[in-house]
Design a protein around this ligand. Sequence first.
Ligand code: 3BY
Ligand code: FES
Ligand code: FE
Length: 430
Amino acid sequence: MLDTIERSLIDSASLAGPDIRSLVARRRKGYSLEAPFYTSPEIFKADMDLIFHRHWIYVGVEPDVPEPGDAMTVQLGEDSIVIVRDDDNAVRAFHNVCRHRGARLIHDYKTTVGNIVCRYHQWTYKLDGELVFAEHMGEGFNLGCHSLKPVHLKSLAGLLFVCLAAEPPADFDAMAERMSPYLAPHRIADTKVAHEEDIIEPGNWKLTMENNRECYHCAGNHPELTVPLYAYGFGFAPQELDEVGREEVERYSAMVESLHNQWEAAGFPARPVEHLDDMITGYRTERLPLAGAGESHTHNTEVACTRLLGDIQERRLGGLTFHTQPNSWHHFMSDHIVTFSVIPLDAERSLLRTKWLVHKDARQGIDYDVDNLKSVWNVTNAQDSELVGFCQAGARSQAYEPGPYSVHTEDMVDRFCNWYIGRMAAQLGV
Ligand code: 3BY
Ligand code: FES
Ligand code: FE
């Protein structure tokens, strides 16, 4: 039996929350994280402060706000951000907080405005954030000192990233320079959001990310996604292959090599670039062939949209995957783009926001059918969400302990955790 003093010591230790520094310092590489990283409200708060408020966070695409006056709001922890296209066609981001008494300005996810007008006392801001109207404020009042507070925003070939830090990580530009040629041919600026869907996954955001970074689980869980994807693109254990398997891998590798040459010669960069855990703004890309007809992430592996993106003529461009730390992944095909953003909600729930983009002139019902377009990833997301919930439930159990990642198929999961632990350590001075 514990005496009262011991009991109260234990209680005060658990009230103080986990010792984040020690947990960060003792993380064992090659293993999943210790349970508090997935369950603790204190670590969730640290994740919001040190990761989501200090790094470049992927939040949407330029076609979310196609015309001047179009606005979209994004919630990152306690901070609401409004992204708006101004009258000069520039996309800007502001804190969604009135400079009078702080009222939330825009309440809808997406809307269109002439100016940004606060409903409380009608302070009115232009789309560039400048305060242009505030009545009854007296003679000495200076409109110019009360513009909306800007939020750092960058567009990477049409993918929008925001950063709430006073000084955002400078290496975004290096990523943008390397990545732009890969993304440019798909011309995001000339697409429209044909469909978007939010799901709330029953797990910590890191479980959602870890799950995305491997396809070890695909064969057993994604009957629809495994139709267009080649299993060998996501790792395998060479010593577990028989002769037939070895021949298949050789054929697959030769095909990838020859397609990489062909695609690059045609102006579609394809070879892998990998900076998942050696940059503050970590990322990875590669264009890989698709199975079957080889055209797209659809049930029949053919294009979902017959109006191809940009000036693309070739349907068989495979799938270009782009991953960013901490919160996004994207698949670019010849006919459409699927883009995913993960936003933590609390320690055990995460918002997964998925958007399907097609050429802006493509006609629903003629060039594409939304049900067909969204089908593979919609069912795949539902399957992944369930798997994330399985791990969240496990992390809550007293029996949970960090388990080993496969060295053949879970390397990118380990690199995600390396990146996360590295960034936490840097900022906690561990
Ligand atoms: O979306 C991804 O990047 C990976 C590829 C296949 C499985 N996984 C969801
Ligand atoms: Fe916005 Fe008063 S709080 S006008
Ligand atoms: Fe999956």
